[in-house]
Write a protein that binds this ligand. Structure first.
Ligand code: NAI
Ligand code: MG
Length: 495
């Protein structure tokens, strides 16, 4: 159930390849597997077992049993928090291996995985570990005839479906609050990046979680994912991924009226007002679209710039992209941008770039593949100017290092352009005018607004969208609401 792997940075480890059910790695029922590809050299890393619908049911049953078992149900919040802290410590101890796996399987720069992604897992687990004994109900005083109080109770078995852009972090955002509240979990990983969380599964067992509390499976979306969403044994589905799949999940979850939270796509605006610090705006604009190979749901992929500073901004932004966005082998220390995660994503991004050119936008930087030694799913960082709001590159989520820059004349026009989208996830604005900043922040239809930064998210602050960007919130105290019921208890005090 394990294979020995070695990465270009010299790290070697035993990679689990099974389905993690009841704290054991097992084969899939028909022994089907899926191959994980290294997007840097297009070679297969290894293959892992892919769950069938039957395997999903096995995992769900294990999770149901664990939910009722005194070894989990009987724990106090403090004890659950201690297990989570232990897991966080083990993740920190294994940071280099986890960052290596993430770099190999996803293509993100090793230094980013090591200094940002793995620490995020540790922080999120510790944050929610701290909440495990501080998330309680209320006594509601309605007079002497009745004693009323609320209890926060876990939902039960949570099915969690995550994407490939942040395999470790998306798992942590979902595991943290779910475990904190006392739920049990079946986590389905993305088929493109199955490896890092299977390694974390070993650490979950080592930390001492009882069998069945956390089950981690790989499998295809339409098979394993759909089976999880439809299973009558699952009480809740939490999903991060595309808006199209999110809608399918809503439909499938309706049959058993499951509690759902969805974190889906975006086409987030970044507004640069006339009085903005252009250097600062260009720096964050670069971070906001070019980080993580542009594969971020909150990527600020539409930059709206006041016409008076348009040319000056574009010049500064262009030189930032040229200077910082070094495309290369993700194990190289000076690499900022690795390959897109898969051939499919690479083709999709290049398709959008073609459409931008065909629709008449000006491709002023990039706009082409950027292979390393003739290999890999690399796309040159791409900047389009002269973009019209009717163009596909302005309307649709590209999920790659490609940005559309548009000009506006007035604050009203900027707000209208910003809100001219079916999405509503992130947004950013740059101005030195304090009242304008807060006024515009209120007008933008989005779950999050960054003033004078972009994609500056924080695990202590709620994260989520409006419109077709999702339902519910993750992170922060608000993230707990997705994982517990409030039960009201009425006690009649009259004789
Ligand atoms: P996807 O939404 O299809 O996949 C995300 C997860 O959902 C994966 O674990 C997948 O196995 C699962 N899934 C797929 N179909 C399912 C189904 N019918 N029932 C249950 N689970 C299912 O996204 P995909 O195809 O990998 O990427 C396509 C586009 O989606 C990207 O180009 C990007 O625009 C967007 N996306 C957005 C993400 C975000 O963070 N909001 C993350 C990944 C993709
Ligand atoms: Mg891969």
């Amino acid at each position: 159930m394990e294979v020995e792997l070695k990465a270009p940075n010299g790290k070697s480890w035993s990679q689990p390849v099974g389905l993690f059910i009841n704290n054991e790695f097992v084969k899939s029922s028909n022994e089907q597997k899926l191959a994980s590809i290294n997007p840097t050299n297009e070679e297969e890393i290894c293959s892992v077992y892919a769950a069938t619908a039957e395997d999903v049911e096995t995992a769900v049953s294990a999770s149901r049993k664990a939910f009722k078992d005194p070894s989990w149900k009987g724990l106090s919040g403090t004890e659950r928090g201690a297990l989570m802290t232990k897991l966080a410590d083990l993740v920190a101890e294994n940071a280099e291996i986890l960052a290596t796996i993430e770099c190999l399987d996803n293509g993100k720069p090793y230094t980013v995985a090591l200094t940002e992604n793995v620490p995020e897992v540790v922080n999120v687990l510790k944050y929610y570990a701290g909440y495990a004994d501080k998330n309680f109900g209320q006594v509601i005083d309605v007079g002497p005839a009745k004693f009323a109080y609320t209890v926060k109770e876990p939902l039960g078995v949570c099915g969690q479906i995550i994407p490939w852009n942040y395999p470790l972090d998306m798992a942590a955002w979902k595991l943290g609050p779910a475990l904190c509240c006392g739920n049990t979990i079946v986590l389905k990983l993305a088929e493109q990046t199955p490896l890092s969380m299977l390694y974390v599964a070993k650490l979950i067992k080592e930390a001492g979680f009882p069998p069945g509390v956390v089950n981690i499976i790989n499998g295809h979306g339409r098979e394993a994912g759909a089976a999880l969403v439809q299973s009558p044994g699952v009480d809740k589905i939490a999903f991060t991924g595309s808006t199209a799949t999110g809608k399918e999940i809503m439909k499938m979850a309706s049959a058993t009226m499951k509690n759902i939270t969805l974190e889906t796509g975006g086409k987030s605006p970044l507004i640069v007002f006339e009085d903005a610090d252009l250097e600062l705006a260009a720096m964050w604009s670069h971070i906001g679209i070019m980080s993580n190979q542009g594969q971020i749901c909150t990527a600020t992929s539409r930059i709206l710039v006041h016409e008076k500073v348009y040319d000056a901004f574009v010049d500064t932004f262009k030189s930032k992209v040229k200077e910082i966005s070094v495309v290369g082998d993700p194990f190289e220390e000076n690499t900022f941008q690795g390959p897109q995660v898969t051939k499919a994503q690479y083709d999709r991004v290049l398709g959008f770039i073609e459409s931008g050119k065909e629709e008449g936008a000006t491709c002023m930087l990039g706009g082409e593949p950027a292979p390393i030694n003739g290999k890999g799913f690399f796309v040159a960082p791409t900047v389009f100017t002269n973009v019209k709001p009717s163009m596909k590159i302005f309307r649709e989520e590209i999920f790659g290092p490609c940005v559309a820059v548009v000009s506006f004349k007035t604050e009203e026009e900027a707000i209208e352009l910003a809100n001219n989208t079916t999405y509503g996830l992130g947004s950013a604005l740059f101005t030195k005018d304090l009242t304008k900043a807060h006024r515009v922040a209120r007008e933008i239809e989005a779950g999050m607004v960054w003033i004078n930064s972009s994609n500056d998210s924080d695990y202590r602050i709620p994260f989520g969208g409006v419109k077709q960007s999702g339902i519910g919130r993750e992170l922060g105290e608000a993230g707990l609401a997705a994982y517990c019921n409030i039960k009201s208890i009425h006690v009649n005090m009259t004789a």
